[in-house]
Design a protein around this ligand. Structure first.
Ligand code: NAP
Length: 286
């Protein structure tokens, strides 16, 4: 039961953290739903992670998000970790249940929810091309694999990292690892292209991981980047008639899934999305 006079603490820990839009997004939703929580951002140096987690537990924080660079290091500090987070090897959400800390990963499921919401794509049986093999690629690729994608082609600048990710995914679906520069040779029958690299992210917004002329017209093109909301890759894909999906929806839904675990209430996703959409991208009618 909540004490109505004292807001419970929610948080995000990362390093750096100043750029995080999570406090704005969560506090807006909490305020609209009149829920007695306050969400704060804490810059936690990697050497202080264990102390910070103990401190949040001691303060009775209800839960927190974990972001770069702590998503892997936090695992051994928790009492239990969901199967999904253990498989992915990273936690982005912690729930404090009476002093016991439970770890989850909502990045992959947040991605899939937003992809389905915005494009309607059914990933079952789909051939998917994933650009990149870093931390974000792992959660997204795992979720696509266990959700029935028939083949995942991992294209990465560092081939060895693509191979490692493909090996990890092999128990769940058919996989291939290729150099990023060869991605164009693997477009045949691809239903979904997902950019999980940071190519095109602010401030290098003119960069793109794929030359425009090799983007297949029938595919859904998805980018995990949300700054800018519409990357050069998405602009070029849209011009070629592809259905596009930006990283903003993934960010909103990973947060929404965490919010629901902490509060037991499903949040107003549209309010969260509007809170973090930059002016000029809101598409509001006058
Ligand atoms: P990461 O672990 O550092 O991985 C970066 C990936 O990008 C690697 O595959 C890397 O290739 C590739 N890369 C970077 N610069 C490159 C370049 N110049 N040329 C070719 N490849 C390059 O980063 P991450 O945590 O996975 O994040 C990746 C992106 O996803 C970021 O833009 C992040 O903002 C976004 N993201 C979005 C959400 C969301 O909620 N929407 C969530 C998480 C992440 P190598 O292996 O060869 O280095």
């Amino acid at each position: 039961m909540h004490n109505k006079h004292h807001a419970q603490l929610l948080a995000v820990i990362g390093h750096p953290i100043a750029q995080s839009k999570s406090p704005l997004m969560h506090n807006r939703a909490l305020s609209v739903q009149r829920l007695p929580y306050t969400y704060l951002a804490f810059d936690v140096h990697p050497e202080m992670l264990a102390q910070a987690v103990d401190g949040l537990r001691a303060l009775g924080a209800r839960g927190w998000n974990v972001t770069i660079p702590h998503k892997i290091a936090v695992l051994p500090l928790l009492d239990a970790v969901s199967d999904e987070a253990r498989q992915i090897g990273a936690v982005n959400t912690v729930v404090n249940d009476g002093g016991k800390l439970y770890g989850y990963n909502t990045d992959g499921s947040g991605y899939l929810r937003s992809l389905q919401e915005e494009t309607g794509l059914d990933v079952r049986g789909a051939r998917v091309l994933i650009l990149g093999a870093g931390g974000a690629a792992r959660g997204v690729a795992y979720t696509l694999a266990v959700s029935g994608a028939a083949q995942l082609i991992i294209a990465n600048r560092t081939l060895e990292k693509a191979e490692r990710l493909a090996d990890f995914l092999a128990p769940f679906t058919q996989t291939a690892a290729v150099p990023l520069s060869d991605a164009g040779k693997w477009m045949n029958g691809v239903a979904l292209i997902v950019n999980t690299t940071s190519i095109g992210m602010y401030p290098h917004t003119e960069s793109t991981p794929l030359p425009a002329d090799i983007i297949p017209e029938g595919a859904v093109v998805s980018d995990l980047i949300y700054n800018p909301v519409k990357t050069t890759l998405l602009q070029e894909a849209e011009r070629r008639g592809a259905l596009i999906h930006s990283g903003l929806g993934m960010f909103v839904h990973q947060g929404a899934l965490a919010y629901e675990k902490w509060t037991g209430v499903s949040p107003p996703v549209d309010v969260m999305r509007r809170a973090i959409t930059p002016p000029g991208e809101r598409g509001e009618r006058p």
